[in-house]
Ligand binder design. Structure first.
Ligand SMILES: [Zn+2]
Ligand SMILES: [Zn+2]
Ligand SMILES: [Zn+2]
Length: 337
């Protein structure tokens, strides 16, 4: 038996054993879609902040004592856990495993009300330095294939705590959206010899129709084929695969992200968005990936929600009932320079 086959067989035995014992969270293979689902029945009871409960992220609570400007904590209601045992996922042989990984919370300020758009340049730098530190720490962990950093904000998307915070999922697989982008990056490079995002930036500067804001090293745009009315992408102009290579530019990076949110505050009655960092997969060895940030607000105008209904859910085809150029103009003009 070759060593590779031996490992696969051992894996199978482990996977079989794991099925026998009861586990809280697991990863299951959805064979019709060819993707992993994290199944966490016990997380349904996680707390939502209400009037009577103290905010657990404010300073001098149980986990937030001491001096800090930005603080990373283990997520107490983690969907992925490091001590749940590592079984390599290998469908169709291994289609279920304990939900191995890490879930963290990054508390972005001591001040309960200091959101990204209220922060000065120095605090923005502190915040993204902590994102960088956290990324490096998790990216090198055994069994981790993807470190996903993101922020959910606003009641409209069901955020349970107002205190400015982000989340991190270090996953044992590369999620489908990232795989899809990888395929497109690779295809574009093979056909055109260039990076898809580098070329997109160059093309956007030809018309300026979808550009919202430009700084020395970054640009924010509404994508040509935006799925959502107010979708915004922030690209570093330099071809860098992760936040690590942006170490020198973190203050400017924070400023352009906060600029997007300031514009959202002007055009929506109520702030709500998801902001995601699309970084390279942990094991990607070549320079294919171009790091970027994507914002997905749930609004179709000031106060009406864009629901993901039949066509979006049933076919993954989006109908965007607004023009990306018009939305870019609205966001561009939302803040006077
Ligand atoms: Zn708080
Ligand atoms: Zn690039
Ligand atoms: Zn992306």
């Amino acid at each position: 038996m070759t060593p590779d086959l031996l490992v696969r067989h051992l894996n199978l035995v482990l996977a079989h054993f794991y099925k026998v014992v009861h586990l809280m969270s697991e990863i299951r293979w959805n064979s019709m879609l060819g993707e992993w689902v994290i199944v966490t029945p016990d997380r349904a009871s996680r707390p939502f902040q209400d009037e009577e409960r103290k905010c657990p992220f404010c300073p001098d609570q149980e986990e937030t004592e001491g001096e800090w400007k930005v603080l990373t904590l283990d997520n107490r209601f983690a969907a992925l856990q490091p001590d749940s045992g590592l079984i390599y996922l290998d469908p169709p042989l291994v289609i279920g495993a304990p939900a191995h990984g890490y879930c963290k919370v990054i508390i972005e300020s001591r001040n309960h009300d200091e959101q990204i758009e209220d922060m000065n340049a120095n605090q923005l730098k502190n915040v993204y330095q902590e994102f960088l530190r956290n990324f490096v720490e998790l990216d090198s962990k055994k069994g981790i294939e993807y470190v996903f950093q993101f922020e959910n904000r606003g009641k409209a998307i069901g955020v349970s705590l107002d205190h400015p915070h982000a989340q991190v999922y270090a996953m044992p697989f590369v999620p489908p959206r990232i795989q899809r982008e990888m395929v497109q990056f690779r295809k574009y490079k093979q056909e055109n010899g260039e990076c898809l995002v580098c070329e997109t930036i160059e093309n956007e500067f030809k018309s300026h129709a979808r550009i919202i804001k430009e700084s020395d090293n970054f640009v924010s745009i509404v994508p040509y084929g935006a799925r959502l009315p107010y979708e915004v992408h922030v690209y570093p102009k330099k071809h860098v695969p992760s936040i690590v290579e942006l170490e020198e530019d973190l203050e400017e990076f924070g400023i352009i992200l906060s600029d997007v949110v300031k514009r959202y505050k002007k055009v929506f009655d109520e702030i709500a968005y998801t902001m995601v960092f699309h970084t390279r997969p942990s094991k990607l060895k070549d320079d294919l990936w171009h790091f970027h940030v994507e914002f997905y607000p749930p609004w179709r105008d000031r106060s009406r929600l864009k629901y993901l209904a039949g066509v979006e859910s049933g076919t993954w085809t989006y109908t965007n009932d607004s023009s990306p150029e018009a939305k870019a103009k609205e966001l561009r003009e939302a803040l006077s320079e």
